[in-house]
Design a protein around this ligand. Structure first.
Ligand code: ADP
Ligand code: GLC
Length: 499
């Protein structure tokens, strides 16, 4: 199959979260299965293009308001793919839209004022790219709100019924990675899309007189999915639907959840190059070394007997940071004050949270934090911690808890979204489970559940060791999920009467 991934993030080029990991790992896996997979992504200023191939001739993309946008196109093979069937990556290089620091915003302008135009243009440019390459996909697979208008262009401009076009046999799938971000902007920006105002209403852009890019994609894509079965169910409810639950219930027959995998070439304790010594279920000595290195890295006393709780996260409301670090009510203060444990954090995000964390680490001797982004330290935390704390308000899938499990680190998580599909709660009677779970998101539930895990550490060590092994032997590799995507692509073709 010929598959075009339309995305605003992909590792190793641009990443703010798990979306970037997912798109690249899925693409690499699909290519391994023999499919022709190509990724199109904006060329942000931070992406070094010096080793890419510049394709001949600038590419024109006709937009509304009589504008024609000109961009350069760069091409490269994704590292880590088979040379015989590489994943090809195409970068749309448009100076005005993408020649600036930041993907969606920067510290002074957190959401760029022209984001709707930047990403509407990007979606339309994806079709021009296919024309330029004379390569027309069987499946256009769009990810999240920045790519959500691509399925709209397919349905309302490129694949019109009764009109023969190069895209007549293309079907679309839109994957929701995070319903909390929808791309809502002033509707005056819609003229720029060049689609006509009937499409504003028919394609579902209209949202209380605003322009909602994700909503239009959810109405217009041939099929939609999200990144775990449990989150697919949750998003159809008022509590988790971010006002789009009605749309998702309306599209229920075309909507499903497919659990993300993890890239086991990168996240694998027996191959990891960031940790002091590799380890596996057969020999856990390397994990003890990683714990020692982690304690050293964070300036904590090197003590194998005290449990270490790790956190790696974007510091944003989705991740439960209010309940952890909120001034006066956050639970981390009392957890670290009352319990015999060490806690380490790596993260960046909201300003208030970064400064609360700095304050806490100066007042607590057993809580240490690094504000920033670091692949190396995130690997060290996964390997060296005994527990991994993730009290998410909502979690479409979550990758960190899966990384933790395969590194023998027990997740302490809220039972929500993909966390329910991947973690199994500790059963004190049987000693079974892979982690510790709680339902309600409030500081005292976090306090009590961390307390439960710490109790088990000091009183049920055999159970803890068994749980580690159970976690480490789970199969979270992409192969299974990639097969499910292929089935979904085929079902989409069938539903559209193609093939
Ligand atoms: P989300 O995409 O909602 O942030 P996921 O758990 O799916 O949540 O993915 C988060 C990804 O981002 C993981 O690969 C995690 O290791 C990484 N990550 C988040 N914050 C940092 C950080 N400060 N440094 C390094 N990696 C980070
Ligand atoms: C989003 C979600 C996260 C998911 C990731 C990859 O960022 O917040 O739960 O794992 O996308 O699909």
């Amino acid at each position: 199959m010929k598959i075009l991934m339309v995305t605003s993030e992909a590792v190793p080029y641009a990443k703010t979260g798990g979306l970037a990991d997912m798109v690249s790992a899925l693409s690499i896996c699909l290519a391994k299965l023999g499919h022709d997979v190509r990724i199109v992504i904006p060329r942000y200023y931070s992406i070094d293009r010096s080793n890419f191939k510049l394709l001949p001739d600038a590419m024109g993309t006709p937009m509304g308001e009589g504008v024609e946008e000109w961009s350069a196109v760069y091409e490269t093979d994704m590292p880590g793919t088979d040379k015989k069937n590489p994943v090809k990556v195409y970068f749309i290089d448009h100076e005005i839209f993408f020649g600036r620091d930041g993907i969606y915003g920067n510290p002074t302008e957190t959401d760029f004022i022209d984001n709707s135009r930047r990403f509407i243009f990007f979606c339309r440019a994806s079709f021009q790219l296919c024309r330029k390459l004379e390569w027309y996909p069987d499946v256009l697979h769009a990810h999240d709100w920045p790519a959500a208008v691509a399925p709209v262009y397919l349905k309302f401009a490129e694949r019109l019924p009764g009109i023969k076009s190069k895209f007549s046999n293309t079907v679309s799938l839109l994957t929701i990675h995070n319903l909390g971000y929808q791309g809502i902007y002033h509707k005056d920006n819609f003229d720029y899309a060049g689609l006509g105002w009937d499409v504003f209403y028919n394609a579902g852009f209209e949202d209380w007189s605003m322009l909602n890019m994700l909503k239009a994609g959810l109405y217009s894509a041939d099929k939609i999915n999200t990144v775990s079965p449990n989150y697919a169910e949750e998003t159809k409810t008022n509590e988790h639907g971010f006002r789009l639950d009605g749309v998702l219930r309306y599209r229920n027959a075309d909507y499903c959840g497919i659990l993300n995998g993890i890239d086991t070439t990168v996240w694998n304790p027996s191959k990891d190059t960031y940790i002091p010594e590799n380890y596996s279920v057969k020999n856990l000595e390397g994990k003890a070394k990683a714990k020692e290195a982690l304690q050293k890295e964070f300036g904590l006393p090197r003590d194998p007997n005290v449990p270490v709780i790790g956190i790696v996260t974007r510091l944003t409301d989705q991740k439960g940071v209010g309940e952890l670090f909120g001034p006066t009510y956050g639970s981390v203060w009392s957890i670290c004050r009352d319990m015999d444990l060490q806690m380490v954090l790596l993260g960046s995000g909201e300003q208030w949270c970064e400064s609360e964390i700095a304050g806490l680490s100066s007042r607590l001797s057993n809580f240490k934090a690094k504000i920033g982004y670091s692949e190396k330290i995130s690997h060290l935390i996964e390997a060296g911690s005994d527990f991994f704390l993730m009290p998410s308000r909502y979690e479409p899938c979550g990758l960190n808890q899966m990384y933790s499990l395969v590194y023998g680190t027990l997740p302490i998580v809220r039972s929500t979204g993909g966390l329910v599909d991947t973690v199994e709660n500790f059963n004190e009677k049987t000693g079974e489970g892979t982690g510790f779970m709680f339902d309600l998101l409030d500081p005292s539930s976090i306090y009590n559940t961390v307390g439960w895990a710490v109790w088990a550490w000091y009183n049920r060590r055999e159970d803890i060791e068994k749980m580690r092994i159970r976690g480490m032997t789970q199969d979270f590799s992409w192969e299974k999920s990639a097969e499910k995507y292929i089935e979904l692509y085929k079902a989409t073709q069938k539903a559209q009467g193609i093939k």
